[in-house]
Structure formats: C-alpha cells, structure tokens
Design a protein around this ligand. Structure first.
Ligand code: FAD
Length: 295
C-alpha cells in the first residue's frame, strides 16, 4: 500500500515549524527520520493531510557535552550518538543504547526526537532518559517548556506532547555523575538485529571510591524497557543499592525490578519470562555499570 496523499512542508527554522503546527494542528504530522512514520503511513494507520519535515531545521541537530550537562538536539541521529566519543566518555549508556537500535540504515536516519515522540515502551532512549532523569524540551508557537522524562511518558505510546508542540531536545544533568566515579550501561535482549528488544535495562552507578575493594554505591539509577506500558523507573531497585557495596544490593535490586515489572505478553515472551528477564538484565546492566565505575 502507498501512503494517502498529503501536502509536504519543509521549514528551515524551529519558528517556521511551530508556526505551521499552530496553523495546521491535528491535520499535521511531524516527519523526522521517517523510520517509523513511513511504515505507519504506508499501511494507512496514519493519514495526515500535512507533513512537516524537520530535516532542514539544522538548529535541532547536534550534541554538546558540557561540564554540567549534555544537550542533544531532537534531529540528532542514532548514528551521531553512536560515534560521539565525548558523549561516550560522559554518559556511555546513551551511545550504547543508540548502537543497539536496528541496523545501520535505521541508525543513519532515525532520530532522538522521533524515538522520544513515538514513546514505544520498548524504545531505547525513552528508557535511558528515564534512568538518567533527563529533561525533555518542548516548544510551540506560544510557549517553550521543559518536562522531566519521568513525567513525559504518560501511557502506552502516549506522551505529554501537545498537537502544536515539537520536541527540540534533551538535557542530561552531569552533576550526579562525575566520570571518574560513575559507570552507566544499557543491556538488552532481542531476538534479531531488526527487532525491538524483549527487555532492556538502563542503569547508572556512582561510587564513593573507585579504588576501594568494595566501593559504596552513593547513587544508583535503574529503568527498564518493555515490561510496562511506559519506560519503567524502578526506585526500589535504587534504594536497594544505595549505601552499600554492589554485592550487598544487586540481588535485591533485581528482585525489585521483577516486582515492579507489569509486562504484556508477546508472541515470543510471556509475562513470566519477561519478569525474569527484567531481573536478569537489571543484574547484568548493574554489573557492567559497576565495572565501568571502578575501572
Ligand atoms: C526495523 C526497525 C527496528 C527498530 N528497532 C528499534 C529498537 O530496537 N529500539 C528503538 O528504540 N527503536 C527502534 N526502532 C525505531 C527507530 O529508533 C526510529 O528511528 C524511531 O523510533 C523513530 O524515529 P524517526 O526519527 O525515524 O521518527 P519518524 O518516523 O520520522 O517519526 C516518528 C513519530 O515521531 C514524531 N516526531 C518525530 N520527530 C519529532 C519531534 N522532534 N517532535 C515531536 N514529534 C516528533 C512524528 O510526527 C511521528 O509521529 C526501529 C525501527 C525500525 C524500522
């Protein structure tokens, strides 16, 4: 099937894009990397009258790794993140989540903003940004606002984004995660390169002394993908880890992940197995993050 007819718009600035959205509202759909929307439109599950292509809005692309924060523009591609060495040094989980998305053709075109707006609970960045307590920046013709990732994903593939708003970017606060004492990791199980993960776990750990034999975990972050209607933050797992060495808390953290998970069954994975995976991938991701924090 081919997409239904639509009118194509190609703004070059955020102001032009938001003006178009203000004018067209529910009749318009934003187009980013077209790795999800194209399939949906080809199957006529979406038939917008207008497409507003963000591909020429250069201000929305790029990564800035500052001392206090990492800023990622909405039109930054998975590939851009995957190969950004400064980003990898600052917050390894993000390029690690990018490099595990599909194959190179999807990563060359797919974008951060498209992934966040699509809000698939199995999506890699939504989970990484929830784990890192990142802020998402939204703008319309009338207003700019910032929403914590932990509040943005409201229900199954449903977000706080209004019809006249677009995602402009993401900010990750670096203050809780000094490179010398921090490790982050994104571990996932998937059936094939081109499939979304069955379950993934995004974790971050800051230790008191990376040289110590059993460093104390000062701060932990844990989020899971594809085990709930939204990317799942697991504060009980974090509580189980903070204040002691990894070995004291890792099993309790895995148990907390299993407890928090409320997965839907899929053809290849029933609820019980997904819960088990939630525990196992939390454990694996924490071990990797810990190795990185202490290397
Ligand atoms: C075979 C395959 C495997 C995949 N596997 C994975 C995977 O394992 N993990 C994973 O996370 N993802 C996966 N994806 C999805 C991939 O990451 C997509 O790139 C992404 O979800 C959509 O990004 P896009 O830039 O292509 O958005 P588009 O397809 O262009 O748009 C998607 C939706 O987002 C909206 N949108 C786009 N940009 C913005 C913006 N800035 N502000 C507001 N709304 C916006 C659009 O209007 C549209 O509704 C896979 C995709 C494919 C095709």
């Amino acid at each position: 099937m081919k997409p239904a007819a639509f009118e194509y718009h190609r703004p070059t600035t955020v102001e032009e894009a938001t003006a178009l959205l203000a004018d067209l509202g529910h009749d318009a759909e934003l187009l980013a990397g077209n790795q999800s929307l194209g399939i949906i439109m080809a199957n006529r599950l979406a038939t917008p009258d207008h497409l507003v292509d963000l591909g020429q809005v250069d201000a929305l692309s790029g990564v800035t790794v500052g001392h206090e924060a990492v800023e990622i523009g909405a039109m930054t591609t998975h590939r851009d993140l995957e190969f950004d060495d400064d980003l990898r040094e600052a917050v390894e989980m993000v390029p690690e989540s990018a490099e595990q998305i599909a194959g190179p053709s999807v990563r060359n075109r797919g974008t951060v903003g498209g992934s966040v707006a699509e809000a698939d609970p199995a999506g890699n960045y939504p989970t990484a940004f929830v784990a890192l307590d990142a802020d998402l920046h939204l703008t319309s013709a009338d207003e700019e606002r910032t929403v914590p990732a932990r509040e943005f994903f409201v229900a199954y593939m449903f977000t706080d984004l209004g019809p006249e708003e677009l995602v402009t970017g993401v900010t990750i606060d670096r203050e809780p995660f000094p490179v010398e004492r921090t490790g982050t990791a994104f571990e996932e199980l998937k059936r094939g390169a081109q499939t979304f993960p069955t379950v993934s776990a995004a974790t971050a750990l800051r230790v008191d002394d990376p040289e110590a034999e059993e460093p104390t975990i000062e701060e932990a972050r844990v989020a899971l993908a594809n085990v709930a209607d939204v990317p799942l933050h697991v504060p009980d797992a974090e509580d189980a880890l903070e204040g002691g060495p990894l070995d004291d808390g890792v099993d309790a953290a895995a148990e907390a992940a299993i407890e928090a998970a409320d997965p839907s069954p899929e053809m290849h994975a029933d609820e019980e197995w997904k819960e088990e995976l939630a525990g196992e991938y939390t454990r694996r991701s924490l071990r990797t993050a810990h190795e990185r924090a202490t290397r």
